[in-house]
Design a protein around this ligand. Sequence first.
Ligand SMILES: *[C@@H]1O[C@H](CO)[C@@H](O)[C@H](O)[C@H]1NC(C)=O
Ligand SMILES: *[C@@H]1O[C@H](CO)[C@@H](O)[C@H](O)[C@H]1NC(C)=O
Ligand SMILES: *[C@@H]1O[C@H](CO)[C@@H](O)[C@H](O)[C@H]1NC(C)=O
Ligand SMILES: *[C@@H]1O[C@H](CO)[C@@H](O)[C@H](O)[C@H]1NC(C)=O
Ligand SMILES: *[C@@H]1O[C@H](CO)[C@@H](O)[C@H](O)[C@H]1NC(C)=O
Ligand SMILES: *[C@@H]1O[C@H](CO)[C@@H](O)[C@H](O)[C@H]1NC(C)=O
Ligand SMILES: *[C@@H]1O[C@H](CO)[C@@H](O)[C@H](O)[C@H]1NC(C)=O
Length: 503
Amino acid sequence: MARAALGLGAAARALALLAVASVALLPLVSSDDGYRHCEGVVRGWAYSSTGRDKDGDKMSLKDLLFFLHIPRTGGRTYFHCFLKKLYTNAQECPRSYDKLRFDPSHPDCKLVVSHDDYSLTSKLPRERTSVVTILRNPVDRVFSTYEFSVEVAARFLVHPNLTSAKLMTTRVLTKSRAVSTLDIWPWKYLVPWMREDLFARRDARGIDKVHSSKKVNAYDVEDMVMPLHQYINDPVAHEIIHNGATFQITGLTNNSYFDGAHEVRHCVRQHPDLGRIVLEVAKNRLDQMLYVGLTEDHEESARLFAHMVGAQVLSQSGTLNFDLKEDLPSENDSHPSMVEPEDEETNKHLNSTHGWQTNEALNSTDDEQGKGNMTVGKLMEAYETCIAKLRKSQSNRRKISLKKVEEANFSKEARKLVPETIVKQIISLNSLDMELYDHAKKIFTQEHLMLKAQQSMGWTDIICSDGVCSPWMVVVLGLGITVIIALVSFAVTTRRRTSKLKV
Ligand SMILES: *[C@@H]1O[C@H](CO)[C@@H](O)[C@H](O)[C@H]1NC(C)=O
Ligand SMILES: *[C@@H]1O[C@H](CO)[C@@H](O)[C@H](O)[C@H]1NC(C)=O
Ligand SMILES: *[C@@H]1O[C@H](CO)[C@@H](O)[C@H](O)[C@H]1NC(C)=O
Ligand SMILES: *[C@@H]1O[C@H](CO)[C@@H](O)[C@H](O)[C@H]1NC(C)=O
Ligand SMILES: *[C@@H]1O[C@H](CO)[C@@H](O)[C@H](O)[C@H]1NC(C)=O
Ligand SMILES: *[C@@H]1O[C@H](CO)[C@@H](O)[C@H](O)[C@H]1NC(C)=O
Ligand SMILES: *[C@@H]1O[C@H](CO)[C@@H](O)[C@H](O)[C@H]1NC(C)=O
């Protein structure tokens, strides 16, 4: 019965199986026992990880907001341009991005932003936690992961050799108490890997030698950088990158707090049809989230975020006024916001030799408007200003870093020159993520409709005009939201049923 459902993408599966088998040196034909064992493992895990999530009131913001930040989805702009404006430093759980030093027991802590996977919720008060995330087209996410690995690793090329690059970084990191890109999963694996490769290639061609210029495309500059096709087929990419969104949302990454994560993940890679079980759990999790955004639909995602999450943070803060002064970093600041936890960094030290330096661009320009008198409208305005600055410094920084690997000048145009076969391979290596992304798009549409319904009724204006919120209206709004949730969840369930039938 389930067989039919599992029949999708047999070719893709075969390919993935082949890749996994060749990578892990597993026998291509696993014994039935192996399959049955794995099926038990995966089903057992799925059973124990569903059910707990049942929760009728997913649309209202709970005490703690967990931003499950999938790498390379643009989550960093949300962090800096929304969340930093909505929460004070004191409200941010210490060392959000830093697994080793993360401390959710902090008394006032209301916000966790992390690349840690869903299993982090086992450390959080589950019933009092709302989860939000952003998904991105898996092909673009893989491209971007590759580009960022190269970008960060290339910064180390200012050093004469790998030994000295490593030594310097260790020294600097030990001295500073900052959280570095190199501390943070997945970059703590992806960057050193790429860095080693960059130095090896540089040594091989000799520093001063003019390289042979038979350029194919920026993603295949073999004498400078590990080419994309090699990157995506490496065991490290299989372990960390492919289907990364699905594994992160199910709490099954290589960085999981759940001890059984590796076994489940490896079973799914060995027997790709078991991936469907994991995918179902992932879809369920997305359904339960307070908000799901899409990197591609950036403007609408931001607007929805402001209304669905921002508005609630603002109204829950009691008054609509925030204390601007709290935003300045102090000596004791343990928040990673002032360093670069990961992607779209905006470091003014454009010739920086390290992947860790603090971010001056943000500390000074971010909050001219402050948090006082914040409303959803002002939040959006502040966001627009903030993101424009962020983008500019990001792209500057990238340009400077990529100069060190000259011909690997990645761009949207350059992506088009990548052979179709490689793109197809990425799609097949990420088949779970592809399907999860489709599901996220459906949720996104529902969110959009819900907000539209809400706004056409003018609730957002009625409930809080001029910063004064009527308690009576809050009740009415609450009722309205409940009705909408009921409708939406009905629609989603119906959709999911029909989509299951289709499969
Ligand atoms: C690496 O560079 C440093 C600094 O120039 C130098 O002292 C060291 O001998 C070099 N190491 C190797 C293995 O070349
Ligand atoms: C995660 O993956 C990396 C890269 O393959 C590997 O070096 C590391 O040991 C893995 N970590 C765990 C906990 O398995
Ligand atoms: C830093 O922490 C120490 C002890 O925890 C405290 O005495 C000091 O006042 C703090 N400094 C700032 C600037 O908050
Ligand atoms: C790095 O930047 C500083 C100013 O920000 C400049 O003085 C210095 O010359 C630069 N170094 C290199 C190697 O470009
Ligand atoms: C930003 O950081 C720089 C150096 O770290 C500091 O001199 C400056 O005062 C900071 N600006 C703000 C607004 O905190
Ligand atoms: C903004 O907030 C301040 C208090 O922080 C208040 O005095 C002022 O009247 C508010 N302005 C508006 C336009 O609401
Ligand atoms: C990328 O590099 C190639 C070769 O150096 C050059 O011809 C091309 O113009 C560059 N493209 C961009 C957008 O800089």
